[in-house]
Design a protein around this ligand. Sequence first.
Ligand SMILES: [Zn+2]
Length: 288
Amino acid sequence: MPLVNAKEMLTKAKAGHYAVGQFNINNLEWTKAILLTAQEMNSPVILGVSEGAGKYMCGYKTIVGMVEGMLENLGITVPVALHLDHGSYEGAKACIEAGFSSIMFDGSHYPIDENIAKTKELVAVCEEKGLSIEAEVGSIGGEEDGVVGAGECADPDECKMIADLGVTMLAAGIGNIHGKYPENWAGLSFETLAAVQEKTGTMPLVLHGGTGIPAEMIQKAISLGVSKINVNTECQLAFQEATRKYIEEGKDLVGKGFDPRKLLAPGVEAIKATVKEKIELFGSADKA
Ligand SMILES: [Zn+2]
């Protein structure tokens, strides 16, 4: 099945009270692990690419080629969207050009008027080309490719203004943070989420920084209109831990244990296990 945009899968998720996972990719192993797990679980999936990961993987065209090749070669039949994560205005245009099926324009650091103007322009381009588009209001805390946000709560009225521009999905800051959560984290602001959901109605809401949010908070967020949850750091930690174990146990020194296909295999299995666990938690299994 060719790439699809994220509109249909998220509209169904919002109506069905579950969420679709966005799992960020870093290389071939990551992408393959996520696609195979989504297929095994019969779940729709969104592959996220940050601008930094885009550069790392030799540009957006390389990524489109890799993902499209895998969809065919692995016989993937579940809906897959290829989505730019936290895109700049220029990055969004480059991904549209390269063949992504979905983009996020993160204009949260602009004054609201400028965020609206740029989002509006990109909504028109995406509509014409059949892509889905995510916008952001209220910056999300933590560090994403060097941009450090404070973890603020979005203004529900501003969320409504951006939602009314015709975006497909909306990321609103509700106290969530990218990366590992600090010990003294105050938790998600369900008050903000409920207010945003009330103002934006059927708009699928996006929860960034899904790593380390307790399961019951995730489920409550889904019940309040979150239909897309971004997972990035958690797969990185799972990969790191499994790879460290393989080397610390000296397995790379035994036989052909140095072969990258062997050396990276435990990390790949760990990513698969993480993705499986998230798909189960988000409720998107068998929703393809
Ligand atoms: Zn994010």
